[in-house]
Design a protein around this ligand. Structure first.
Ligand code: GBH
Length: 445
């Protein structure tokens, strides 16, 4: 079997609100997820990230787990409200110092630090001023990016500006199942535009601060047909434009996909007024890499749902505990599809998230037998190999996630980790998948 290119990055990924806890410590300000999780009815079982995996206090133990696994990289996110409790101006030295300690601990353990600047925990103070619906937030993000860059760029291998701006736009602003909970439908378009603008401004700020490698982590899903009528094909086109092209064409081609603009214009032409001259040029700041978060295809037919679309359940597939189908070839398709769409202008690709939830339990012998997850990662690693064979330039694979953690609106009910977390005691138990990955990496040399 073909080997992975030398220097291939093998990592695990997490996000600040999902693991850190310590929400009132060292001057951290409130984020929109604190507000949302503490609003009754928003998160399953009323779970919150108040304590989560207590990683803020246990990061040394967690880094040791990664070192022993044999990973060479770790993707974490920086909590903006730790660095700037008000989202603007005053920098909280104690908050920034946490990431400084984390980065040094990673380097001492032989792991490359990969930092995401925004994984959905916007300072509540900025939400109070309009959040991503307001253009000013893009400029505040630029300021924050410079602050983090100045402090960490000398040691961070790769920076990602945003995590999955499409999902933050869709679930946070259009559908309201994630913070900040807006139910604006396509009237949420400004939250898409301002995230993209903030991304472009942040790329520039990070480079000024001395960053070496700058990219973004986008969510992608190949769009599969659940029907073959003309209306079904049209529905597929709309989904593809919004899910896969809206947050990538501006970065690489400096233009919005025409179909996405049509859909927004059809909702309310005035929504497009947020696009100001020069914005697309800012968004198209050159990237060193493109991060790909992949979970599953969109299985689409025309229907009565939003956008005239209905999402179906792909038949004859295994399903994860979150009821997402297991479709490894969708990852190959995503990676080769990016190469096909953008050609020579396609930046090198990293799979910045891949993973599944399983109903894991610690057995009486202390083992977590998550064979499902082992098969999942074997198949998705093979899918990456296939993409490389077919000409995609893929340079890394980050497992979502290192630890079981706060799975947003699902609370602690879904477990994605290579390491089991008992939330009552904070005991970490490496699962069978952790051991599998360890052996796999040894074999890779
Ligand atoms: C990522 O989002 C996040 O970056 C990460 O924080 C999160 O914990 C992780 O993935 C796991 O969820 O079948 O119709 O229910 C993933 C975004 C959106 C991908 C919902 C899968 C399923 C749609 N996900 N999607 S459906």
């Amino acid at each position: 079997m073909a080997q992975f290119p030398s220097g291939f990055v093998w990592g695990a990924a997490t996000a600040s609100y999902q693991i850190e806890g310590a929400v009132h410590e060292d001057g951290r300000g409130a984020s929109i997820w604190d507000t949302f999780a503490h609003t009754p009815g928003k998160v399953k079982q009323g779970d919150t990230g108040d304590v989560a995996c207590d990683h803020y206090h246990r990061f040394r133990e967690d880094v040791a787990l990664m070192r022993d696994l044999g990973l060479n990289a770790y993707r974490f996110s920086v909590a903006w409200p730790r660095v700037q409790p008000d989202g603007r101006g005053r920098v909280n030295a104690a908050g920034l110092a946490f990431y400084d300690r984390l980065v040094d601990e990673l380097l001492a353990a032989g792991l490359q630090p990969w930092a995401t600047l925004f994984h959905w925990d916007l300072p509540q103070a900025l939400e109070d001023r309009g959040g991503w619906l307001a253009r000013d937030t893009a400029h505040r993000f630029e300021e924050y990016a410079y602050v983090v860059g100045e402090r960490l760029a000398d040691r961070v291998t790769g920076f990602m500006t945003l995590n999955e701006p499409f999902i933050h736009f869709l679930l946070g602003h259009a559908l309201g199942t994630h913070a900040p909970g807006h139910t604006l439908g396509l009237h949420a378009f400004p939250a898409a535009h301002h995230q993209l603008l903030g991304h472009g401004l942040a790329v520039r700020a990070l480079r000024e601060a001395g960053a070496n490698m700058v990219g973004i982590a986008n969510n992608y899903a190949p769009v599969w047909p659940a029907g073959d009528r003309d209306a079904d094909l049209e529905a597929m086109g709309r989904v593809d434009a919004l899910h896969n092209h809206l947050f990538t064409d501006p970065l690489i081609r400096g233009e919005y996909p025409a179909l996405a603009l049509d859909v927004v214009r059809g909702t309310d032409a005035a929504l497009l007024d947020v696009i100001q001259p020069g914005d697309l040029t800012v968004m198209a700041a050159p990237l060193d890499f493109l991060g790909v978060n992949y979970y599953q295809p969109d299985y689409v037919r025309a229907g009565a749902g939003p956008l005239g679309v209905e999402l179906g359940r792909i038949p004859d597939r295994e399903y994860t505990a979150s009821s997402w189908p297991v479709v490894p070839e969708g990852l190959t398709q995503t990676l080769t599809g990016l190469k096909a769409r953008y050609g020579e202008t396609c930046p090198p690709l990293y799979v910045t998230e891949s993973g599944c939830s399983v109903r894991d339990v610690v057995g009486p012998d202390g083992r977590v037998r998550d064979d499902f997850r082992i098969r999942y990662h074997e198949a998705h690693v093979d899918a990456v190999r296939d993409a490389i064979t077919q000409g995609a330039e893929v340079r890394g694979y980050f497992v979502w996630s290192l630890l079981d953690n706060f799975e947003w609106a699902e609370g602690f009910s879904q477990r994605f980790g290579l390491v089991h977390v008992d939330y009552a005691t904070q005991a970490r138990t490496p699962k069978d998948s952790y051991r599998w990955f360890q052996t796999f990496l040894k074999d890779q040399g």
